[in-house]
Ligand binder design. Structure first.
Ligand code: ADP
Length: 398
């Protein structure tokens, strides 16, 4: 009787042990699984963090960046690349040709085939306005020396190209402007030396021409020095409260003889309003504008200078003539260096082509704006703004 009881007890104990082990094993397995899952989660989070950091880094680059895989398909294109090429959709997975339709780029990438160094290339994009890009491209190789992909970096070159061409144009213009009066002076001096000096009336005429051209050279060099001084950024402005009316009266005084010679009337409507300006530079601005109004205005015409305070705390000054005017397409260009509506007329009047460029520099240097309006046949009005004057004295740099 005892044996069956003992056997039943042993079986029950064995069964209990078995279930206890199974429970423990299942708990251990569950714990291990959770640990693995937690590790995987952490890895995923770390990978995602790295990817986000990379994206932030690539998207904060000023340069455009493009990464192609071994089949030439786009793996990554940063924000700067998208804005350089006007891309608004996700181009990952596309080829360069599909994404931006530029054969030169596709050719550049295939020309890298066996190249191990970085290739530089300048790309001109013609569209509404011409643009230039500098591209540096390099093939990526894996450990076995097989091509793994391509990386391309794009720099915007347009501004540099524009500056370079403006510089070249300026040097060419200056040389031309200097050469013309110099050649004339040389020609007349040679003619005088060849015998013309013995004919007094001819000699006097030649000497007057030489004098006029020497004067032109002097004015041109003075204006060039002013421009270079203003552009150097080293010019100190003595900004202070200046009363407009008396400054205009003073400049009119300087130009009275010139106006009389053309029977022109100078009308001062400038109020006794204080503007915040450098008095000498303000005289220079008014001088250039009044000089032009007399030069290009009609004989027996009128030049009026006035101004008024605006609601935004600025004072708007105008210089108006009733001359032949400026065609609408030239109204902005007249502020460019050496731009003239009528070259011959400007030269004949002794113009250097730099007066309005100097005006613009000075006005902008004092925080103002300058512009012109004109009705051909009726006249031209030049406007510029200045801050209203206070009694504070300041000396910032231009
Ligand atoms: P310039 O020495 O030739 O006068 P500016 O820079 O002062 O050079 O002026 C540029 C051009 O703008 C002039 O050559 C002229 O064609 C035009 N211009 C300037 N002021 C006037 C004006 N008041 N009326 C008509 N044309 C003007």
């Amino acid at each position: 009787m005892t044996w069956p009881i003992l056997t039943a007890l042993s079986l029950a104990a064995l069964a209990a042990l078995h279930f206890w082990w199974r429970g423990r094993f299942a708990r251990a397995r569950q714990a291990a699984r959770s640990e693995v899952e937690a590790l995987q989660d952490e890895q995923r989070r770390a990978a995602q963090q790295i990817q986000t950091q990379q994206e932030v880094l690539f998207n904060s680059m000023v340069e455009g960046l493009l990464l192609l895989d071994e089949r030439g398909r786009i793996q990554l294109a940063n924000r700067a690349f998208a804005s350089l090429f006007g891309v608004t959709v996700d181009i990952r997975g596309r080829t360069l040709l599909e994404a931006v339709r530029l054969h030169e780029l596709a050719e550049l990438v295939s020309s890298l085939d066996s190249q191990k160094q970085v290739l530089g290339y300048e790309l001109k994009l013609s569209g509404l306005s011409e643009r230039w890009l500098q591209i540096n491209a390099a093939a990526i190789f894996n450990g076995n020396g097989e091509r793994h992909g391509t990386v391309l970096v794009f720099h915007e070159l347009t501004r540099l190209k524009q500056l370079e061409s403006a510089r070249q144009e300026f040097v060419a213009n200056v040389s031309h402007e200097l050469r013309t009066p110099l050649s004339l002076i040389k020609g007349y001096v040679e003619t005088l030396l060849d015998g013309a000096r013995d004919k007094p009336e001819v000699a006097t005429k030649f000497l007057q021409t030489i004098d006029r051209n020497a004067e032109r050279l002097k004015l041109l060099i003075e204006d060039l020095l002013t421009i270079s001084e203003l552009e150097s950024g080293r010019v100190k402005l003595n900004l202070q409260a200046v009363t407009l009316g008396p400054v205009v009266a003073k400049v009119f005084e300087d130009f009275k003889a010139r106006a009389d010679a053309k029977s022109m009337r100078l009308i001062n409507q400038a109020p006794d309003l204080a503007v915040r300006a450098d008095a000498d530079r303000l005289e220079q601005v008014l001088g250039n504008l009044i000089d032009n109004a007399i030069k290009y205005g009609r004989a027996k015409g009128t030049v009026t200078v006035g101004g008024s305070a605006r609601d935004d705390g600025q004072v708007e000054v105008f210089v108006q003539d009733d001359g032949p005017g400026i065609p609408p397409e030239a109204l902005e260009r007249v502020f460019e260096r050496f731009y003239r509506v009528d070259k011959a007329r400007s030269r004949e009047q002794g113009g250097t082509g730099l007066g309005l460029a100097i005006v613009k520099h000075i006005v902008q240097g004092q925080g103002g704006r300058v512009w012109a309006t004109s009705e051909p046949g009726i006249g031209t009005t030049f406007y510029f703004t200045l801050a209203q004057g206070t009694s504070t004295l300041q000396q910032p740099l231009l």
